[in-house]
Design a protein around this ligand. Structure first.
Ligand code: GLV
Length: 330
């Protein structure tokens, strides 16, 4: 039997490619690029499996006429880049990388919250620009986190990890989620369930950790921002498009919101020009899970998913984290 063929759409740790090569003929791209539907369709032709990133948008048009592809491993927990219904119809097993990134992403939400609240980024830029000529007592005043109320919108595993950290900061936690957590989990996270308007009104600072779906596009827009406290810090580590970036920029510019920490953007890697022009926003290039250990763990899990989904390796036929396991039992 000739070896199955696997495509890796972006640069990856060499040992992961080596691992895949134990089972497959591997074509691994050495540059990251955003591909059009046509380009992705062409790139996937002739492969049995693909290890894809969040820039690779797979839908029915990409899959049209491709009868060979059997498995897609997404390098990320979020998979709004995949049309799961179309992928399932095509009999392709899709997988993602949950759990292994929870703690690193939770750490990073706090990093953005702290930097934005205490204006670390702007102060550093100012210092590097040679503008520090002695300490002024009333310079660089930020807002506190300790003792303030933290709001979390989206209370999955990452939201819960963020909530647990709030206990160390002495911050009461409010949350809103599609489903209320069991009481025991609420207690261990120290979090109280409220409806969304209450969350917006009562949180001193708000972190967004919800998955992107068609229903929650612009879940935070002008109307929601208007409910928030004027000195609040908003952190988005979820997905671009959940926040209306133009509305956010105007709230930040007009002093209707204190600051923001953003790791994700509508239309990234492009960033809204109005956000780039503001000082009271911390911007980072979608790196919430980017630690050495976590990115390796994600890549390893994605490779394990692909190997198993293509019927190879010790977990043959049982990918550890499938998104559409129903395909496996067909
Ligand atoms: C990153 O954004 C992920 O979904 O893992």
């Amino acid at each position: 039997m000739s070896k199955q063929r696997v495509w890796v759409s972006r640069p990856l740790f060499p040992e992961i490619v080596t691992k895949l090569e134990q089972y497959f003929v591997v074509v691994a791209e050495t540059a990251d690029q955003k591909r059009s539907t046509e380009q992705l369709k062409k790139a996937l032709a002739g492969f049995d499996g693909a290890l894809l990133g969040l820039n690779d948008r797979v839908d029915a048009a990409v899959l049209e006429g491709n009868n060979r592809l059997k498995a897609i491993a997404n390098l990320g927990v979020g998979y709004n880049n995949l049309d799961i219904a179309a992928i399932t119809r095509a009999g392709i097993i899709a997988s993602n990388t949950p759990e292994v990134l929870n703690e690193s992403v939770a750490d990073y939400a706090w990093a953005l919250l702290l930097v934005a609240a205490r204006r670390v980024n702007s102060a550093e830029r100012w210092l590097r620009a040679g503008q520090w000529h002695g300490m002024r007592f009333d310079d660089w005043l930020g807002v506190d986190l300790h003792g303030k109320t933290l709001g979390i919108l989206g209370m999955g595993r990452i939201g819960q990890a963020i909530a647990r950290r709030a206990q160390g900061f002495g911050m009461p936690v409010l949350y809103h989620n599609r489903h209320r957590l069991p009481e025991s989990l609420e207690q261990s996270c120290g979090a109280r369930y409220v409806d969304k308007p209450t969350l917006l009104r009562e949180s001193d600072h708000l972190v967004l950790v919800l998955p992107f779906t068609s229903e929650n596009r612009h879940a935070i827009g002008a109307a929601e921002l208007a409910l928030m406290k004027p000195r609040a810090v908003l952190v988005n580590i979820a997905r671009g498009g959940i926040v209306d970036d133009a509305a956010l920029a105007s709230a930040l510019r007009d002093g209707r919101l204190g600051a923001a920490g953003l790791d994700v953007f509508e239309g990234e890697p492009a960033v809204h020009a109005d956000l780039l022009a503001l000082e009271n926003v911390v911007l980072s290039p979608h790196i919430a899970s980017a630690t050495e250990d976590t990115r390796r763990a994600m890549a390893t899990l994605a490779a394990d998913n692909l190997i198993a989904a293509l019927g190879r390796g010790p977990q043959s036929g049982h990918p550890p984290t499938p998104i559409n396991p129903e395909v496996l039992t067909r």
